[in-house]
Design a protein. Structure first.
Length: 377
C-alpha cells in the first residue's frame, strides 16, 4: 500500500469520517451489529459522555494516498485509572483497520506519540473509552454475532496488535448457557447450603418505583465488589447514572436482583435482553427513515430469545461465601421462563476462578474469548 497519512480528528468532516468508517469496514461481515449512529456519536461527545469529566480522547484517521479512510484509532487518558493505579498507563480504543500492518502500525504510532506527550509510559487496550464500556479484543469465537455491549472485530486484529509489539495483559471469557443443558439442580444444592449457613440471606427484584435510590445503592456495591479486579476503575456517580439510564430503556425488573443479608443490600445482578438480535436488522445504524420500521416489524422484544448478564457484584467482605451463586441461580431459574432460553454471562476475567467455577457448575461453556493488550511506550 502507498504511504499512509495519519492525522488527528479536528474538523466536523473528520469526525463524521471517523464515525462512518466501521459501517463500510464491516459491510460484508455477516456478524457485525451496526451501532445506532446517534449512540455511536454520543460516546465521543464531550458534552454528553460523563467519561470526559475525568478523561481525554484524541481520535486519529488513517487515509491512503487517494484520501480513502483505511483505519482509525483513539488515544485515551483515563483520569480515574491514573488516580487509582498511578501506573503511567494510557489507553487506545475505537481501533479499526484494513488488514495491513503499515496502516495499523501508523495508527498505533500516532496514538502512542499523543500519549507520550501527555507524560504516559504505557498503552493498554482496546477500550471504548474505558473498561466500564465495550472493552477487549475478540480473539476466539468469531462464528456468531456479539451480544449487546460486547466487542466484535476481524480475526486478523490480534496479529496487527502483536506485530506492533503488544502482548496479552488479560484474558476474558464469555460463557454461554442454554436451559436445555443447564445443571440447575447441582447449583441449587450448593445455593441451599449457602442459605443454611446464612439464614438472613434473601433476594428480591429491583424496585423500579425507587429506581434512582436503587441505582445509587448498586453503584456503591459495584465499586466495592469490583475494586480488586484486574483493571477495574470505579464509576463516577454521573457515569453510573448514564449507564443506568441507557439500560433502563430495555430493563425488566424481573431480571434484576438485589441480594440482602439481614435486610442490608450486599449484592446485585442485572440481566438484559440481547437487543443485538434486533439491531442486526438495521444494517447501516440509521433509525430514520426506514430503520425504525425494521425494528417494529421485528416485533422488538418478541423476537429476542437471548439475554446477557453483564453486571453482578457482591461486597468484598463477603467474597468466598457463595453469594454470587445465589444471584446466578436466580437468573438461571427465572429468566428462561420469561421467554429467554439462553444467556451469555460476560465478561469473566481469567483471574476470577470462583465465578468461572460457578458458571461451569451450572453448565456454562466458554463461547468467546476476549483479551486486553499492553505495551510500554
Amino acid at each position: 500500500m502507498p504511504p499512509i497519512d495519519v492525522r488527528p480528528v479536528v474538523t466536523g468532516a473528520d469526525r463524521k469520517a471517523f464515525l462512518e468508517f466501521p459501517y463500510r469496514h464491516y459491510a460484508r461481515d455477516p456478524y457485525f451489529v451496526p451501532p445506532l449512529r446517534l449512540e455511536a456519536a454520543k460516546i465521543l461527545d464531550r458534552r454528553k459522555n460523563a467519561f470526559f469529566e475525568h478523561g481525554q480522547v484524541q481520535e486519529f484517521l488513517a487515509r491512503s494516498s487517494d484520501g480513502t479512510v483505511v483505519g482509525r484509532i483513539a488515544g485515551i487518558v483515563n483520569g480515574m485509572h491514573l488516580e487509582k493505579y498511578r501506573d503511567g498507563n494510557g489507553f487506545f480504543g475505537f481501533f479499526e483497520s484494513v488488514d495491513d500492518e503499515a496502516v495499523s502500525g501508523a495508527l498505533f504510532d500516532a496514538a502512542a506519540e499523543w500519549l507520550r506527550a501527555k507524560g504516559l509510559t504505557g498503552v493498554r487496550g482496546p477500550v471504548n473509552p474505558s473498561m466500564n464500556d465495550i472493552a477487549g479484543l475478540l480473539v476466539a469465537g468469531f462464528e456468531s454475532p456479539p451480544y449487546v455491549l460486547m466487542a466484535h472485530n476481524p480475526p486478523y486484529y490480534e496479529r496487527l496488535l502483536t506485530a506492533w509489539g503488544f502482548t496479552r495483559a488479560m484474558t476474558m471469557w464469555a460463557y454461554f448457557i442454554h436451559r436445555k443443558y443447564a445443571n440447575v439442580e447441582r447449583l441449587r444444592r450448593g445455593v441451599a447450603l449457602v442459605h443454611r449457613r446464612n439464614p438472613g440471606l434473601t433476594i428480591r427484584d429491583l424496585d423500579m418505583a425507587r429506581f434512582d435510590s436503587e441505582v445509587r445503592m448498586i453503584r456503591d456495591i459495584y465499586n466495592d465488589a469490583w475494586h480488586d479486579n484486574w483493571g477495574h476503575v470505579g464509576m463516577t456517580e454521573r457515569e453510573f447514572d448514564q449507564l443506568a439510564a441507557d439500560m433502563k430503556q430495555i430493563l425488566d425488573p424481573r431480571m434484576a436482583y438485589i441480594l440482602e443479608l439481614n435486610g442490608e443490600a450486599v449484592g446485585f445482578s442485572v440481566a438484559i435482553p440481547n437487543v443485538n438480535q434486533v439491531l442486526r436488522r438495521v444494517k447501516d445504524g440509521r433509525l430514520l427513515p426506514t430503520g425504525i420500521f425494521k425494528l417494529l416489524t421485528a416485533d422488538w422484544m418478541g423476537s429476542i430469545q437471548e439475554t446477557r448478564l453483564p453486571l453482578l457484584g457482591v461486597r468484598r467482605a463477603l467474597h468466598g461465601r457463595g453469594f454470587d451463586a445465589v444471584l446466578i441461580l436466580e437468573t438461571a431459574e427465572r429468566v428462561p421462563a420469561m421467554g429467554f432460553p439462553s444467556c451469555e454471562m460476560s465478561w469473566i476475567l481469567d483471574s476470577n476462578p470462583a465465578m468461572k467455577n460457578a458458571l461451569e457448575t451450572l453448565g456454562g461453556v466458554r463461547d468467546k474469548e476476549y483479551a486486553m493488550f499492553e505495551r510500554a511506550l
